[in-house]
Design a protein around this ligand. Structure first.
Ligand code: SF4
Length: 284
């Protein structure tokens, strides 16, 4: 059964649905119009992945601070995780054992919306594999599939009502889909020097580095912030084809600026205290 057919099945079941939208959405869709379109489709709640990304960052900070014996490799990119598992098994212990923003956000949604089924929508085909592995996401769709669903269900561009996400946090992890977005939002001062972080995107360049990584450390780097798609997630295979990478990057940056200026309603800490009891660690 295709992802789209699975989604229609979920709709037919009439169980309330929560949509977790990846931060790259803004590169392909307009905000806040996308919220209305998702609601028109049948989603009861629409959340951004940013609070999940915040929790990912908090635990990365802790892991890196506590163990500097190796070059930690970022694990939110499932293609990279699979590559390391299959081709570089000696480096599996270098992957940060913390859930990706999708994984963290799904655990948060399970707590806040226990009766809902959870649908992730993003630019990534490999998230389908990760969601099956972690078991807390009911379905992962791509933006391409979402566009097709909008078309099939005749959800148009009509209404631009003032709407917002179901929010947990005002966060600026909205640049996560860009190369270096994770380390940029990690607040790493005090645990890492800038020169100890290596940012890379594109499977060819990453493979060359991993081929040369014989032991637990790669040169003097303590954190390898890698995304396997060229140009990061905004270059992901599930993005729609409209727009250049430059335009998509610009839209992500402008959306972050908009949020900084206009979305301050939850303060600096949001609902962080309410997720103290969730275990965000991940066995890889
Ligand atoms: S870089 Fe590509 S494969 Fe990796 S998480 Fe982003 S979209 Fe998915």
């Amino acid at each position: 059964m295709s992802g789209i057919e699975k989604f229609y099945k979920l709709l037919r079941n009439k169980t309330p649905l929560v949509c977790m939208l990846a931060p790259s959405f803004i590169a392909d869709f307009d905000y806040p119009e996308i919220i209305w379109k998702l609601q028109a489709l049948g989603f009861d709640k629409v959340v951004e992945l940013t609070f999940g990304a915040k929790m990912t960052n908090i635990f990365y900070h802790k892991v890196i601070k506590e163990d500097k014996s190796k070059s930690w490799i970022a694990s939110p990119c499932p293609t990279l995780v699979q590559l390391i598992k299959n081709k570089y098994p000696h480096l599996v212990g270098n992957l940060v054992p913390v859930h990706s923003p999708m994984g963290c956000m799904s655990l948060i949604c399970r707590k806040f919306y226990p009766k809902h089924r959870i649908v992730f929508i993003g630019p990534c085909i490999s998230k389908k594999v990760e969601s099956a592995e972690i078991g807390s996401v009911d379905l992962a769709l791509t933006y391409r599939e979402l566009e097709e669903i909008f078309k099939n269900k005749k959800v148009g561009n009509g209404r631009k009502k003032k709407l917002t996400f179901n929010k947990f946090y005002n966060d600026y992890t909205k640049i996560y889909p860009l190369p270096g977005g994770l380390s940029d939002t990690l607040h790493y001062k005090g645990i890492l020097k800038k020169s100890e972080i290596l940012i890379e995107d594109g499977i060819d360049k990453i493979t060359k580095i991993l081929d040369n990584m014989k032991g637990p450390k790669y040169k003097n780097y303590l954190f390898l912030d890698f995304l396997s798609c060229r140009d990061g997630c905004i270059g992901g295979p599930g993005m729609t084809v409209i727009g250049t990478i430059e335009e998509k990057t610009d839209r992500v940056l402008k959306y972050r600026e908009f949020a900084r200026r206009s979305e301050k309603d939850l303060g600096r800490r949001g609902k962080i205290v309410h997720v103290d009891d969730i275990d965000f660690s991940r066995k890889i």
